[in-house]
Design a binder for this molecule. Structure first.
Ligand code: AP5
Length: 217
């Protein structure tokens, strides 16, 4: 199964991908996570991406397409879920071409739709563990001890791009550049629209129903 999870920043892509991975054993390929790892490692790619990410803009297509093609090629026989990629129509078209060359295709697109105000609250309240990557929320998903990760006790941090002014830019970027990707896929692929305003567990149930049906075909 090769699937794409689309949705606005804060729609819950990362949260739901972890659950999908646990149930279906897919490889989780998150463009945002890979970029953050590159930044932490201080690579040329990470340095190139930094200013775009910090302002809420998209990293240029050519950089991202090459990075994600590499990640997919590292595990050619493995089923995967893409999170945060593709994010422009150009990226989607490049991905299609590269998969076709390798005799593969995307089987389904799960599109998480959520209102701007709801996702803005989720993002500004998100806290993450710098060590294990666990994600929390100051109201919706509190750690057992305030400010500390349940898994390893590390002090939780706020992503620099989760500050309110950057969140507004990210949402604008999403509407202008990423929403058209949904229409691109609707012309050729199965797209499942999921109401992601709901509670995370309710969203998971709907996603699993759709994916179970896909697996049983
Ligand atoms: P990236 O890391 O991909 O960020 P994003 O798409 O903005 O997505 P997020 O990780 O912020 O949100 P999410 O949907 O995963 O939500 P989450 O599950 O964490 O990208 C960062 C930057 O990298 C981009 O701005 C860009 O610069 C660059 N980039 C990345 N990919 C690129 C590409 N392809 N092209 C160009 N540039 C690229 O949930 C958020 C919070 O809400 C959490 O606290 C969670 O606990 C909570 N929550 C989740 N679901 C629910 C729910 N249903 N109800 C209540 N709370 C919930």
């Amino acid at each position: 199964m090769r699937i794409v999870l689309l949705g606005a920043p804060g729609a819950g892509k990362g949260t739901q991908c972890k659950r999908i991975v646990a149930r279906y054993g897919l490889l989780h390929l998150s463009s945002g996570d890979i970029l953050r790892q590159e930044r932490t490692a201080g690579t040329e790619l990470g340095q190139k991406a930094q200013s775009y990410m910090d302002s809420g803009a998209l990293v240029p297509d050519e950089v991202i397409v090459e990075m994600m093609a590499e990640a997919i090629k590292k595990a050619p026989q493995v089923a995967f879920v893409l999170d945060g990629f593709p994010r422009t129509v150009n990226q989607a078209a490049e991905l299609d071409q590269s998969l076709v060359r390798d005799g593969q295709r995307i089987e389904a697109i799960l599109n998480l739709s959520a209102d701007d105000q709801i996702v803005a609250e989720r993002l500004t309240g998100r806290r993450s563990c710098p060590q294990c990557g666990a994600v929390y929320h100051v109201k919706n998903l509190k750690p057992k001890v305030e400010g500390l990760c349940d898994n390893d006790g590390a002090r939780l941090i706020q992503r620099p791009d989760d500050h309110p002014d950057v969140v507004a830019n990210r949402l604008q970027t999403y509407h202008q550049q990423t929403e058209p990707v949904v229409d691109y896929y609707k012309k050729t692929n199965s797209v499942y629209d999921i109401d992601a305003n709901k509670d995370a567990d309710e969203v998971t149930v709907i996603l699993f129903e759709n994916l179970d049906a896909l697996v049983s075909v």
